[in-house]
Design a binder for this molecule. Structure first.
Ligand code: HEC
Ligand code: HEC
Ligand code: HEC
Ligand code: HEC
Ligand code: HEC
Length: 198
């Protein structure tokens, strides 16, 4: 918890720096300096825009493009069990509040969504995230085996560029056995029916 708070304070400082940076000038005499190549500023969007985005609308407009894109948070910071269990899991509110007890949001739309999170936390009411990827009960997918074999940055192979998604959507049809088998053939991995069906 203490570590999370420290991270929260560090990010608050970062946000302060971002907020204090001079706004991009539009005047011809003072052209804006080019953005560094690795900077990814997430687009401005409000919860009203989320209906038009791909993927299911979530109870809170939580944005991977802000957390993992703009602020470069590692996937494993939140999905921390992805390398050791079958299910990476969705982080509990505790993980969020390490930062959001301090970070309230820099614009009205962020503040409104963070307020939903803080209200849920105060009322001890876990956020009911809508699940996007689910296999039928007869098929088993061990995340840890894949992350060990393919590395911690393998997520994109199956989930696409989540760090650029304002709202998560399914990039691959994981409910089609061919998706699994074609890669297992390519990489010469076990294709026994019982490896996946038991
Ligand atoms: C700050 C915490 C946080 C970070 C960092 C984070 N995630 Fe997530 N992730 C969540 C939450 C909360 C959800 C559930 C809400 C949603 O779907 O947006 C989620 C959902 C997902 C889902 C959809 C799960 C489903 O229901 O099928 C995928 C896939 C995913 N994250 C992948 C990633 C990847 C890949 C990264 C790194 C690039 C990452 N996440 C970084 C918190 C995080
Ligand atoms: C080889 C393909 C593949 C890779 C690589 C992969 N995933 Fe997944 N992911 C899946 C499949 C398939 C499911 C659905 C699993 C199920 O329903 O049992 C899933 C489900 C999820 C979920 C939702 C599970 C839940 O508990 O709600 C999250 C979050 C997620 N993946 C995050 C990640 C992250 C983060 C990484 C990288 C560290 C990653 N995945 C790497 C295929 C993959
Ligand atoms: C390491 C710190 C950190 C953690 C952990 C974290 N956030 Fe954030 N979050 C931020 C920062 C920084 C911003 C940007 C604030 C701003 O500029 O308005 C942000 C913005 C947001 C926003 C408003 C923008 C958006 O994404 O729609 C929401 C909602 C939000 N976070 C929800 C969550 C949830 C839910 C979790 C847990 C799953 C979480 N955050 C975990 C740092 C964090
Ligand atoms: C992009 C490539 C890729 C995709 C897509 C993929 N896998 Fe795999 N899978 C691998 C690799 C590589 C391994 C080997 C891991 C190891 O050596 O331990 C593996 C191993 C496995 C294993 C363990 C097999 C054993 O040796 O007993 C299972 C089970 C499995 N995958 C299920 C699935 C399922 C189910 C899907 C589809 C939802 C899937 N995989 C999609 C690459 C992939
Ligand atoms: C690498 C993992 C993997 C292996 C190996 C595998 N399957 Fe599957 N199978 C799946 C996945 C994933 C699904 C889709 C589950 C879903 O609907 O979510 C599936 C679906 C199915 C279905 C349901 C109908 C369909 O096509 O969607 C049948 C029947 C099936 N598999 C039989 C088999 C048989 C028989 C074998 C051996 C010859 C086999 N599977 C090997 C992963 C695997």
């Amino acid at each position: 918890m203490r570590k999370l708070l420290v991270a929260g304070v560090a990010v608050t400082a970062l946000v302060a720096v971002v907020a204090l940076a001079p706004p991009r000038s539009t005047s011809a005499q003072q052209p804006a300096p080019p953005a560094p190549p690795d900077s990814v500023v997430a687009p401005r969007l409000t919860v009203a825009d989320s209906a038009a985005l791909k993927g299911p609308k979530q109870p809170i407009f939580f944005r991977h493009d802000i957390h993992s894109g703009q602020f470069k948070m590692q996937c494993q910071y939140c999905h921390y069990s992805v390398g050791v269990t079958s299910e990476p899991g969705i982080p509990t509110m505790q993980t969020c509040m390490g930062c959001h007890l301090a970070i309230g949001g820099s614009d009205s739309s962020h503040r409104a969504e963070i307020k939903k999170l803080r209200d849920a936390w105060r009322e001890k009411r876990p956020v009911q995230w809508v699940r996007i990827h689910t296999l039928a009960k007869h098929a088993h997918f061990p995340h840890m085996r894949h992350v060990k074999a393919m590395g911690p940055n393998a997520c994109g192979t199956c989930h696409g560029d989540v760090a650029r998604m304002p709202q998560v959507f399914k990039v691959n049809n994981i409910n089609n056995m061919g998706f699994c088998i074609s890669c297992h053939v390519e990489r010469n991995v076990n294709r026994d029916c019982t490896a996946c069906h038991y």
